[in-house]
Design a protein around this ligand. Structure first.
Ligand code: ASN
Length: 296
């Protein structure tokens, strides 16, 4: 019984990944191999710990996100994506959220000269395409999991961060995810709650041109992204305002990058939503759950 459930989840993951790759290739994206170790990685803005190893007289981070490598890669190719393994040492207390693994995979993409609106539209096309494909080809798997999946309709509603906060208070993400009829965008995050690389709106200081997508039915955050700061002077200013050391991000500050926008969508969370699963741990045969030991 358990094996049947596991098999259904793994097959559904495979179908979802193929559907994502198919849509992105059709739209001209090139898939890159992931970066696992790097001297610099996403600083992130939460309680997440970053893991390092020492080798060859250098300290290497295990990738928390490929954001900086995506921004460098679009100097070579204008549309790229990657299935990127990320290591984020989340607090052990998050074991029970249902949404956290300390090793997970995100489909991370970036597009040169794109705007946030382009990324909102792409995010909608991508999710709809995946849900349609899973509904059509994973009929038996959905039955095994007892899941009824509805295909979302674009455009998804958008709510600015400050409006959501004013209406529903600090826990607004959970509230919106539980109450929403379909996926819903949160846009315009305040600069202080996000990383320095998301672009500040030139006409609204302190407001970022970024977004998160929330799944309905309480499944929480689906994807996260935005337009990027790309001028060295502005990046330096944002780094300083966050109390970080610009020297650490020397490679980012060395030269202007092309303007770009992108996002990352967590694969285990996507499959959790598709399958209606209580916890992302079920999506991996060898889950890395915060606070838990493993033997294999
Ligand atoms: N992938 C995200 C983005 O593109 C960054 C992240 O995972 N923190 O903005």
């Amino acid at each position: 019984m358990v094996d049947e459930r596991n098999a259904a989840i793994l097959r559904m993951t495979d179908v979802a990944l193929n559907a994502a790759r198919e849509l992105l290739h059709r739209e001209g994206f090139v898939e890159l191999l992931p970066v696992i170790l790097a001297p610099v990685t996403d600083p992130l803005r939460h309680t997440t710990g970053r893991a390092t190893i020492g080798a060859y007289d250098q300290e290497w981070y295990l990738t928390t996100s490929m954001i900086f490598h995506k921004q460098a890669a679009i100097e070579v190719l204008d549309k790229i994506f990657c299935l990127s393994p990320n290591i984020r040492l989340e607090p052990a207390a998050w074991e029970g959220t249902g949404r956290h693994l300390f090793e997970f995979v995100q489909l991370d993409l970036e597009v040169r000269d794109a705007t946030r609106d382009d990324m909102l539209a792409l995010g909608e096309r991508l999710l709809i395409h995946i849900v349609e494909r899973v509904r059509r080809t994973c009929f038996r798997e959905l039955e095994t999991l007892g899941r009824e999946l509805t295909v979302p309709r674009a455009p998804f509603p958008r709510i600015p961060y400050r409006d959501a906060e004013a209406r529903y208070g600090a826990g607004f993400e959970e509230h919106l995810s539980r109450e929403a009829e379909g996926p819903i965008w949160i846009v315009d995050f305040p600069a202080e709650v996000r990383e320095f690389y998301d672009r500040e709106d030139p006409s609204r200081p302190g407001v970022l041109l970024d977004m998160d997508l929330l799944y309905p039915e309480g499944y929480g955050e689906a994807l996260s992204g935005g337009e990027r700061e790309h001028e060295p002077g502005r990046i330096r200013d944002r780094i300083r305002r966050q109390g970080l050391d610009p020297a650490v991000y020397g490679s980012l500050l060395a030269a202007a990058r092309p303007p770009s926008a992108g996002f990352g969508i967590g694969i285990e969370r996507l499959v959790r939503f598709l399958g209606g699963l209580p916890h992302v741990r079920e999506v991996r045969l060898f889950p890395r759950v915060p606070g838990e030991r493993a033997e294999m």
